[in-house]
Design a protein around this ligand. Structure first.
Ligand code: FRU
Length: 508
């Protein structure tokens, strides 16, 4: 090869690599694009689906419509990560077919090949999802949602739908969907938790194909302001004792309007779930966490992920090329509280993988207002803020921009409530209920308190009192909130204040 030719090839290579890099960064730099939360490169996304940890990889499938930025015929999109923070979007996994759209569901690793889908020693990854037949729905039938299977022998890259679909036929319940399946080792069987309109129905199967009804739960328990959707069932330990947690998403009827995630704590004996009391518990009180469930096969860790939106306005939010992101993955644990045993959530510790810089402020005394804006200079509205206080008092944290648009987060001591106010947060008029002030009860009993905020361009996740009270909220300001103040009427003493700048996961 002569020098000229070699130079030409080198130039072309540089150009191709350069263009590729530019492609990637320009996809993820549009206004409102989260920099460390998963969002699809383009088009519509709702619920997380098929979350499973396999071969050192976390899989995240999701409700996806690859032809528009509004909800449409559902597919399963696919992304993967080795640390739950850096995501890579992969080709679409499941497409609609003659049985209908591919609605929400779960995925399991069938290590014993109970399904018989495994071949030549290859372990099948099996997706259990709802086939939603839009024709049947239009015709006014009541059995247009049925449960079906697909399997993959190459780590979720390519999928084959089972010829015998559907494997669980609808007995005549219009809302019959979102199967979450787990292996119940004690009885060597699969257990399916299914949302059936206004309650949960449990099924079991030895082989993922022949499902038998075990029991029902919830007709007279929990919140019933809307349809029950996207359930989850898993054990968690507290003080050496095992409890079972049953997550049930609800739309509408959430504590702050629209969609939200409730859950029950109790016992599951392989057939039946029994709640330990009749209280309604909310996993996240904010307006923007929905359809949240947990990963399968993560050992003793329970990692939760929600869709960071609300059906009230998910189709109208002012993003252009894509719509809706996921929450930050959260580690769940059980804790004692004012409401008895409750779920606490914490942002996963893997967030440290993208910390660019941490500012430590030993103690701050807030008497009126403390301006921390210079501390977040250059953080591009991508950071975590951690506060500790020996004695909880009224306070307001204000995220704002030069135009005066603001998001207020705080605590109201008299009402014993946390709040988020996005009334003046920027664009709010795309839907009548977007603007508003949202509240959540304090569940901790101690005088001392702490708070973690996870801020990413157009979203904040609030974890108060070690994650006993959680609120997620999205917002759409004209320009990023580069200002940060904390105010309090009476001497609020903060210690161990920590602000960490977080790097974008999209330009490694
Ligand atoms: C929840 C949900 C599910 C359904 C899916 C359809 O957000 O309504 O019940 O399977 O979305 O996209």
């Amino acid at each position: 090869m002569n020098i000229k030719k070699a130079l030409l090839i080198a130039c072309c290579l540089f150009l191709v690599i350069g263009l590729k890099a530019q492609d990637k960064s320009s996809v993820y730099t549009d206004q409102y694009r989260p920099q460390f939360h998963f969002s699809p490169q383009a088009h519509w996304m709702n619920d997380p689906n098929g979350m499973v940890y396999y071969n050192h990889t976390y899989h995240l499938f999701f409700q996806y419509y690859p032809n528009a930025t509004v909800w449409g015929p559902m597919h399963w999109g696919h992304a993967e990560s080795t640390d739950l923070i850096h995501w890579k979007q992969l080709p679409t996994a499941l497409f609609p077919d003659s049985l209908g759209y591919i609605f929400s569901g779960s995925a399991v690793i069938d290590s014993n090949n109970t399904s018989g889908f495994g071949k030549n020693g290859k372990i099948p990854l099996v997706a259990i999802f709802t086939h939603h037949d839009p024709k049947g729905e239009k015709e006014g039938k009541d059995n247009f949602q049925n449960e079906s299977l697909a399997y993959s022998l190459d780590n979720g890259t390519t999928w084959t739908k089972y010829k015998g679909n559907p494997v669980l036929k609808n007995p005549g319940i219009r809302d019959f969907r979102d199967p979450k399946v787990m292996w119940y080792a004690k009885e060597k069987k699969w257990v399916m938790t299914l949302a059936t309109k206004d309650h949960i129905t449990f099924y079991s199967a030895p082989d993922l194909k022949t499902w038998k009804k075990e029991s029902e739960f919830g007709l007279t328990q929990g919140a019933h302001g809307g349809v029950w959707e996207c359930p989850d069932l898993f054990p968690l330990k507290l003080n050496g004792k095992t409890y079972w947690v049953l997550i049930v998403n609800l739309n509408p009827g959430g504590p702050n309007g629209g969609s939200a995630t409730q859950y029950f704590v109790g016992n599951f004996d392989g057939e039946k779930f029994t709640a330990m009391d009749t209280q309604t518990r909310w996993l996240d009180y904010g307006p923007d966490e929905y359809a949240g469930i947990t990963w399968n096969n993560t050992g003793t860790r329970r990692i939760f992920l929600g869709w960071m939106s609300n059906w009230e306005y998910a189709n109208q939010v002012p993003t252009e090329k894509w719509r809706n992101a996921m929450t930050i993955p959260r580690e769940l644990s059980l804790k004692e509280s004012k409401k008895g045993i409750v779920l606490a959530s914490a942002p996963i510790p893997e967030l440290k993988n993208i910390v660019a810089k941490t500012i430590q402020l030993k103690s701050i005394s807030v008497n009126k207002v403390v301006d921390l804006s210079t501390k977040i200079n250059g953080f591009n509205s991508q950071y975590t803020l951690k506060l500790n206080m020996v004695q909880l008092k009224d306070y307001t944290i204000r995220l704002s921009n030069k135009k005066g648009e603001e998001l207020l987060i705080g605590y109201d001591q008299q009402k014993e409530q946390y709040f988020i106010d996005r009334t003046k947060s920027g664009k709010t008029d795309f839907q009548k209920d977007f603007s508003g002030r949202f509240t959540a009860p304090r569940l901790a009993t101690a005088k001392a308190s702490n708070l973690t905020l996870v801020v990413d361009k157009a979203s904040v996740e609030v974890f108060a009192d070690g994650g006993l009270t959680v609120m997620t909220c999205i917002f759409f300001p004209d320009s990023p909130y580069n200002n940060l103040t904390i105010s309090s009427a009476g001497n609020l003493n903060l210690y161990n204040v920590q602000i960490s700048a977080l790097k974008s996961i999209w330009n490694k």
